[in-house]
Write a new protein. Structure first.
Length: 286
């Protein structure tokens, strides 16, 4: 489950971007596993290192579960937004989650956002999942640097999300900002695609950082844009639908890109993602 649907129930939608912890978790996911699990031929040593990583993950997850059970409250003392205030003021029997979803699906602009958000985020999920494989293919024995490249993507994306959020607070240009960031994600993906095999690892760091600034920075923009398009519906409902779209496209793109890389190479796999980012850019502009 993503943290954004929970965050929008606690914080105003314009504050969700910099507060969302999911990007930090992804960043640690890129950085820590290559350090804990080195590339060794001895299967016993490899199994030992993997078990340590799994036990650490289980320990952190268990601690978080205990904290949620003991500390986490159902809702904040005051509604974080007008939409949440309206929902909380209604009797429970008058609010229907199913009806809310049906109303959102009849909103043509929001449905378009669901698709374009899914395309962009699905590309990000696929790129993130297959990043280590692509980097190692062109730069053997660089597992740790592959993790650092992933860390660079997410950290630059966090900066992009913060800057985009501040820009939206000042200008309220939701569609224009979303379109610009979407197009720059496409440009960044094209540049990354054609520079990955140049043989210079520092180039990959730079291009991946630029790509992450816009692609990862786009993710929270979708939630803010959705809140504007769907008011007075709950931001949690619209965010949930965006996440469903992202997961569906992410699974499809990861499987498809993996198969393309197997048969045609990394460039063809990345061009596959570029084609869908191009489609998403056109749809966002309409």
């Amino acid at each position: 489950m993503s943290s954004e649907p929970v965050a929008v129930l606690w914080f105003h939608v314009t504050s969700v971007s910099p507060l969302s912890p999911i990007q930090l978790g992804i960043a640690l996911g890129f950085l820590i596993p290559p350090v804990l699990v080195p590339n060794v031929e001895d299967m016993d040593k490899l199994t030992y290192h993997i078990s340590i990583m799994f036990f650490m993950t289980a320990g952190v997850a268990t601690a978080l579960f205990i904290l949620v059970v003991l500390v986490f409250k159902e809702k904040p003392p005051y509604p974080p937004s007008r939409a949440q205030a309206l929902i909380q003021s209604q009797p429970a029997e008058e609010y229907s989650y199913v009806q809310s979803i049906l109303r959102l699906l009849r909103n043509a602009n929001f449905v378009l956002l669901i698709v374009t958000y899914g395309l962009n985020t699905g590309c990000f999920y696929s790129l993130s999942t297959l990043l280590n494989r692509m980097v190692i293919h062109h730069y053997p024995d660089e597992e740790v640097n592959a993790g650092r490249i992933g860390l660079t993507i997410v950290l630059s994306g966090m900066a992009g999300a913060l800057i985009s959020g501040l820009w939206l607070d000042r200008t309220k240009t939701y569609k224009q900002t979303t379109l610009v960031v979407y197009i720059m994600s496409l440009v960044g993906m094209v540049v990354y695609t054609f520079t990955l095999n140049l043989g210079h690892l520092w180039v990959v760091f730079v291009t991946a950082g630029v790509l992450g600034f816009f692609m990862t920075g786009y993710l929270p923009l979708g939630f803010e844009f959705a809140a504007e398009l769907t008011y007075p519906e709950s931001e949690g409902t619209s965010s949930g639908l965006l996440n469903v779209s992202a997961q569906i496209f992410g699974i499809a793109f990861t499987i498809s890109q993996g198969q393309i890389i197997d048969h045609f190479g990394t460039k063809a796999g990345n061009l596959f993602l570029c084609s869908f980012l191009f489609l998403g850019s056109i749809m966002t502009g309409n």
